[in-house]
Design a protein around this ligand. Structure first.
Ligand code: HAM
Length: 432
């Protein structure tokens, strides 16, 4: 028999991982609520064209990393698992006529994304993003709101010192001239370019600036910078975004090498990084403005800006920083009994407690009381409800497994008793 394993680049999230994930998604949902970003869900797969047109055919994400879904023979359509959320969300904005809603439409999505990348630490084939979009506002104030929102997420989950890196990558008025200058510059050094970067000269020259190849660092450092080539409108936009970040007290670093790996960006581009960490290329999150995306997908011209934060990388960074995970929560009580075969009574008592809102388990194995009690301890239960002869008088023994004490409690008072104990004792460290 084959040993089946989770596919390469994917992971199982097991119950002990739960509290940490729960905490991240709680913070994300709560921030979305406070900032007025409403939940949206889009399909995990879309027409391939949504990504090809939206994200860009010459990007790594589409060209190399798209998980294509093989179509059934009778279907002419071509599908792909979503590598990111923005293209699908903007597709939804157009499809559902959201331009008629109050603008901007502010949306939030938490879910898995798929990229057929080479797996390594912090790089998975299925990973989770918190994605936020504000569609229908040309900025610059909303740019400030979005950048600050991402920074606040890291602070609230307990990741200190995350650095905001900000850039403008211009717009269709000024970027073409800059890209032409960049291509000229790199053509002059073509011999020293690796094959991949040489190919990018034709397909996606901006990405050369983003190269992680140390041998290219001096060449890139001396390359022309977009900052010197922004048109007046883009320069004004960047200055105004900066002014808003200053008012909000968000520190940031200008970094003209932030070009982002997706084609849809215009003007504001930003990333969140853990400074001084190995593998600097691994951003914790990133985003930017995409004023041309709705048109690319067949909608009317609609500005937009958003970010996606990589939740897997936030977990890794939290683990590296030594931040304590929230403790896992065991049941408040496990119902055990002297008669191994009387599973029905144990299950009934646990069911009654659950109906009363209490986290209760029943030991449903037919084993000796001693083993059942050991099981309750292994589950980190605070109490064991012990069913014995006392039940004929309507009583059970309640053992406090933490304190090592035990007393007789009328069945009628059991739930109230447990609830009182639960509120006086911070059971399982449920704290926020
Ligand atoms: P992105 O930079 O491609 O942007 O991804 C955002 C974040 O997702 C990254 O910074 C990283 O934390 C995480 N991430 C990306 N790929 C992986 C992977 N293979 N394994 C683990 N984590 C990964 C976008 O996706 C844009 N849609 C962001 C955006 C929203 N722009 C405007 N609105």
């Amino acid at each position: 028999m084959t040993q089946y394993r989770a596919p390469r680049g994917t992971r199982d999230l097991l119950p002990p991982d739960g509290p940490r994930w729960q905490r991240l998604t709680d913070v994300a949902r709560d921030l979305a609520r406070r900032y007025g970003y409403r939940a949206i869900e889009t399909p995990l797969f879309e027409h391939t064209a949504v990504f090809e047109r939206g994200v860009g055919e010459a990007t790594d994400i589409v060209e190399k990393e798209l998980f294509r879904v093989s179509a059934r023979s009778e279907e002419a359509e071509s599908w792909a698992l979503r590598p990111e959320a923005t293209a699908g969300i903007v597709r939804g904005y157009i499809q559902h006529g959201m331009h008629a809603w109050h603008q901007p439409v502010k949306l939030s999505l938490i879910g898995p994304m798929f990229r057929y990348d080479r797996p390594q630490a912090g790089r998975y084939r299925q990973f989770w993003q918190w994605d936020v979009e504000a569609i229908g506002d040309g900025g610059p104030a909303i740019d400030g709101e979005i950048v600050e929102l991402g920074a606040r997420f890291y602070a609230e989950v307990g990741l200190a010192g995350v650095e905001v890196r900000l850039n403008s990558i211009g717009d269709p008025a000024c970027r073409p001239a800059f890209v032409a200058r960049l291509v000229d510059y790199f053509r002059g050094h073509e011999a020293s370019l690796p094959a991949l970067e040489r190919r990018r000269l034709d397909t996606n020259p901006l990405r050369i600036l983003d190269s992680k190849d140390p041998a290219l660092a001096p060449l890139i450092a001396a390359a022309p910078t977009i900052a010197d080539h922004l048109c007046e409108a883009c320069a004004d936009h960047l200055a105004a975004v900066r002014a808003h970040l200053d008012v909000l007290g968000v520190p940031y670093r200008l970094d003209w090498r932030i070009v982002r790996g997706l084609d849809y960006y215009t003007r504001t581009a930003f990333e969140y990084h853990v400074p001084g960490r190995e593998g600097q290329q691994q951003a914790l999150g990133g985003g930017g403005r995409y004023d041309g995306l709705a048109e690319l997908l067949g909608g009317r011209p609609t500005p937009g800006i958003g970010f996606a934060l990589g939740l897997d990388r936030v977990i890794l960074a939290l683990e590296e920083s030594g931040a304590e995970p929230r403790e896992e929560q065991g049941p408040l009580a496990v119902v055990v009994g002297a008669d191994p075969d009387d599973t029905a009574t144990r299950l009934r008592l646990a069911t009654d407690l659950r109906a009363d809102g209490i986290a209760a388990s029943a030991d449903l194995g037919r084993r000796r009381l001693g083993r059942q009690l050991e099981g309750a301890v292994r589950q980190d239960s605070h109490f064991a409800v012990i069913v014995g002869d006392e039940l004929t008088d309507g009583n059970v023994q309640l053992r406090d497994l933490l304190a090592g004490t035990q007393k007789l409690v009328p069945l009628a008072d059991l739930a109230a008793h447990l609830r009182r104990a639960d509120s006086s004792h911070h059971h399982g460290g449920e704290s926020r």
